[in-house]
Design a binder for this molecule. Structure first.
Ligand code: ADP
Ligand code: MG
Length: 917
């Protein structure tokens, strides 16, 4: 390094060398400065001024950008959210006391997945770091396509399919201490990994070099989150298990359930080590690791989460109009996080679901109890994150006060649960809360010690209550007595000098002074020593004042230091209960969700669903939980009846806008709600548990997301056909719409046949289609049942009745793309056969003609005017509403103007005009 460099610059370069991948925030006085390339990046990203000064290594002027230290909460999240890591380099000693240059060092590296500062979080949601570990298994070994029934289709996927990996994955939220791990056992695990990713929505993902180098896996992860490579010391699992045991202070991982899960353990260790190295401290509040298995939960992949708008809407990715938003009136951040988890991971076990439902039922039935509990809960703050900060060591007195208030509110909740509730889960929560026997003591400790109106900083005093510590009270007395002394001194000096306006004051830089205005300068006594000259006045001191000053200041200083000491001690005591506090937080969160679901049930007129192990689904008067709140004319309820004998495959037809998509989605949403433990929007519901919901929403409805191509549709379809089981529920909405009529129809038909015959028992499916010719399949396939959504013609207009009734009612290179996407060969072959037949015999046209006989073709568009009942501009609305286009727009888009004669154009214009009218 250049000898000309200032010592501070040398420190900076040292930090940069140690953390080459991070931007360095280098503390200099009241600023975090950045230099060189970092400065350019920061100036650009934060839109702050770039300056230059001094010389860099090569003697050039050094670019410089700085932010005031107190503004770090505003600027840091912006950089992190853009994917940068930031290393915070602090002054490690008090500059006033430092000899020579102030010691500096990096105190932590902030990365998206390891954020702990509350300013980094926009809401109560979890902030996960995800770590993946795994190995590509031998190319031979396992069967190709992962067809659960053991039939491996030919030519579906290429050899380098990333599905062929053993993978372990862990999620760590260091702000709450939550730590989860799992391992995927079978060969579809890559898709499973992607659905975990979609559910958990991690802020950052770290990968070992072997996986980081895998373009397909890393690429798909990168589409969803910020991806970093493991640090070199984590690139081998080595003693991962031993290290984890050491951290948790246990001798076996058996109790955590991951003893034999090599990659689960490796990924968990990597996540923990990454968190520790970036935070540079021992993360003691991370004190359990929970192993979960995907077989405990209904699988909802990324596509389904999106299509069903479980926690986010399709339109802008916000939670407006999502299922979560409709249900969420939780009172605590823990409750809000837990509700999200429940909806993202519905249960499979009827027994566990009923435990939740029993509790919801009890709370729904007892309005008073529910009201009280929710009222108390509204006083409870984010205990998990408070504990996180307290253990981590960056809490302040207000955090302790918030914790105290929370604990105080938990007391009546606990007592009430123990005394007044019957359901098992509520009782259990009561017991869990009661297990923390020191809860009140801890609240009392904070109550006695910490002032309610404490400042944000911990270094300026004002945190500790009077009466808590004798020494502190004495020091404070000296300081406050001195106020009287100063008042008396001022009086004495006024009399002595005869200057009536003489004032004794204090400021931080100059300390205590006697101020005399210029007008009275002549009267200044001789023993006054000049201190500072102002425009209108002169400031002085006397030896007596000086002496008192040092007494006061040292008492003050001592008091502030002592306060900090006491605060730290209380904090440590609290931190000692981190496990109990986290349990309290979790129990409170669970209770909050239950009470919330009870409240939602009462407010929205839901019923308790029955859960069964068979494959029947019976919903009476089902409603779409979101659409029912947005439809101005009132929502028309509908039944859904499915079994595995006759009504396994419901073929739903009906004109565009009839309500097919809504109907299918509501059926799936009701199943999801039921298995999450919620009551459901229906008058009766009995649900044979669903292991996975698959959805494919056709190209037409996808337009709004702007990413629909026929290829995407076929990839999604392939996944469904390859992975759906007899316990799954499949929603296929307008399959084949993205291609020509012949192709689309052929694929649709082949898909129906395939799913119906799949594994002999078939798959439960709801299939909405505009290919009404498909309804002929009811005759041929015994478990297919036709339904349509009733409409009524009134003159030219079509009135949508929105009622589903049994029976049938009255459009490409798609097959090739379907094959590319991995749709099973069987389906492709069959689709081709059908297509040939059609092309030879022109059957499709005939079929269409036959059923549509009496209706003139060109009129199709006019039939849909009634749908505008629902004003598309009236805010809110479903995906369908967002996507809805006016008939005129639809007709206009279809026009091929270049091919029209002037006469045709005139006629068309006429038609369009009529459409408007
Ligand atoms: P399709 O899929 O048949 O084209 P959608 O399911 O998209 O029709 O429904 C179109 C619109 O009709 C929805 O946005 C909603 O406003 C309204 N709608 C659907 N189902 C109902 C219902 N059961 N009751 C009232 N309005 C409904
Ligand atoms: Mg639709």
């Amino acid at each position: 390094m250049n000898n000309q460099m200032t010592p501070a610059m040398r420190q900076y370069y040292e930090a940069k060398q140690e953390y080459p991948d991070a931007l360095i925030f280098f503390r200099m006085g009241d600023f975090y400065e950045s230099f060189g390339e970092d400065a350019k990046t920061i100036a650009r990203e934060l839109e702050i001024t770039l300056t230059a000064r001094g010389k860099d290594k090569s003697g050039e002027r050094m670019p410089l950008a700085g932010i005031p230290y107190h503004a770090i909460d505003t600027y840091l999240p912006r950089l992190i959210n853009k994917g940068y890591n930031v290393a915070i380099c602090e002054q490690l000693e008090n500059p006033k006391q430092a000899k020579g240059v102030v010691k500096r060092g990096v105190v932590r590296v902030v990365t998206p997945g390891t954020a702990i500062d509350s300013s980094m979080f926009s809401d109560a949601s979890n902030n996960y770091l995800m770590a993946v570990a795994g190995r590509e298994s031998g190319k031979s070994g396992k069967g190709g396509n992962g067809d659960k029934n053991g039939k491996s289709g030919k030519g579906g996927k290429s050899d380098k399919n990333p599905g062929e990996m053993e993978l372990g994955v862990s999620f760590l939220d260091i702000s709450t201490g939550e730590f989860l791990t799992t391992q995927f056992r079978d060969s579809e695990n890559f898709e499973k990994l992607m659905s975990e990713l979609a559910r958990m929505h991690p802020a950052e993902c770290i990968l070992p070099p072997s996986l980081y180098g895998n373009p397909e896996l890393a690429g798909r992860l990168r589409d969803q989150t910020i991806v970093h490579e493991f640090a070199p010391e984590l690139s081998e699992p080595g003693e991962a298990g031993e290290m984890l045991k050491k951290h948790f202070g246990i001798t076996t991982l058996e109790g955590m359930g991951c003893e034999n899960l090599e990659f689960a353990v490796y990924s968990a260790w990597a996540a923990l080590e990454y968190a520790k190295t970036t935070q540079m401290r021992d993360l003691a509040h991370i004190n359990t690791l929970r192993t979960y298995s995907n077989s405990e939960f209904m699988v909802l992949d990324a596509i389904t989460l999106r299509n069903l708008e479980i926690v986010k809407n399709v339109r802008d990715g916000g939670n407006e109009n999502s299922l979560f938003k409709v249900l969420d009136s939780t009172k605590t951040p823990m409750g809000s996080r837990a509700l999200k988890k429940w909806l993202l991971k519905p249960l499979l076990s009827v027994e566990l679901i009923n435990r939740r439902l029993d509790a919801v039922e009890e709370l729904a039935g007892d309005a008073l109890l529910r009201y009280d509990i929710r009222d108390w809960l509204s006083e409870v703050r984010d205990i998990e994150r408070l504990v996180g900060r307290i253990v981590y060591g960056n809490s302040n007195a207000r955090d302790l006060v918030a914790l105290k208030k929370s604990l105080t509110a938990v007391v009546p909740v606990r007592d009430c649960l123990l005394e007044k509730t019957d359901s098992k889960l509520l009782e259990e929560i009561g017991k869990e809360l009661a297990a923390f026997s020191e809860l009140e003591t801890l609240a009392e400790l904070i109550e006695k010690g910490i002032a309610d109106e404490a400042p944000l900083t911990v270094r300026e005093g004002g945190m500790i209550k009077k009466g808590y510590n004798e020494e502190l009270d004495e020091l404070r007395d000296i300081a406050s007595n001195s106020k009287q002394w100063i008042a008396a001194f001022q009086q004495k000096e006024r009399e002595k000098s005869g200057i009536k306006s003489l004032k004794v004051g204090y400021n931080k830089v100059f300390g205590y002074y006697i101020e005399v205005t210029n007008a009275n300068r002549a009267q200044v006594p001789e023993d006054y020593i000049r201190k500072q000259t102002m425009t209108n006045a002169e400031r002085f001191f006397t030896p007596e004042l000086k002496e008192k000053e040092s007494l006061i200041l040292s008492a003050n200083e001592k008091a502030v230091a002592l306060e900090y000491e006491i605060f730290t001690k209380i904090t440590k005591t609290v931190a000692g209960y981190s496990r109990e506090l986290q349990q309290t937080a979790e129990s409170t969160g669970t209770l909050d969700v239950l009470a919330n679901l009870a409240e939602a049930s009462e407010n929205n007129n839901y019923v308790r669903p029955q859960l069964t192990e068979d494959c029947k689904i019976l919903i009476r008067d089902g409603r779409h939980p979101v659409v029912e709140n947005t439809v101005p004319g009132g929502f028309v309820p509908n039944d859904t009846e499915m079994d595995c004998k006759e009504k396994q495959f419901l073929l739903v037809t009906g004109p565009n806008m009839a309500g097919k998509s809504t109907y299918m989605r509501q059926s799936a949403l009701i199943a999801i709600m039921a298995q999450a433990g919620s009551f459901v929007p229906a008058s009766h519901a009995s649900i044979g548990t669903v292991d996975q919901v698959f959805t494919r929403i056709g190209a037409f409805d996808d337009l709004a997301s702007g990413q629909s191509t026929f290829m995407v549709e076929m990839v999604e379809l392939a996944n469904i056909l390859n992975n759906a089981s007899s316990k799954s529920l499949v929603l296929l909405d307008e399959i084949g719409r993205g291609t020509s009529t012949y192709d689309g129809y052929s694929i649709a038909k082949a898909v129906v046949e395939y799913l119906h015959n799949r594994g002999k028992v078939g798959v439960r499916a709801l299939f909405a289609t505009h290919y009404h010719q498909l309804t002929a399949l009811e005759e041929k396939l015994k478990r297919v049942k036709n339904y349509h959504i009733a409409v009524k013609e009134e003159g030219h207009e079509l009135v949508f009745l929105r009622k589903i009734v049994p029976g049938a009612t009255d459009r490409s290179y798609g097959i090739q793309v379907a094959r590319l996407a991995g749709v099973p060969e069987k389906v492709i072959d069959r689709a081709n056969e059908i297509l040939k037949e059609l092309e030879r015999e022109n059957l499709l046209e005939e079929a269409e003609e036959g059923e549509n006989g009496k209706r003139k073709k060109g009129k199709a568009a006019t039939r849909y005017t009634q749908m505008l009942l629902f004003d598309p501009g009236s805010g809110g609305g479903t995906q369908a509403q967002a996507n809805r286009q006016s008939p005129v727009e639809v007709a206009l888009k279809k026009l091929n103007v270049d091919d029209m004669t002037p006469l045709e154009a005139m006629n068309k214009l006429h038609e369009l005009k009529k459409l408007l009218g």
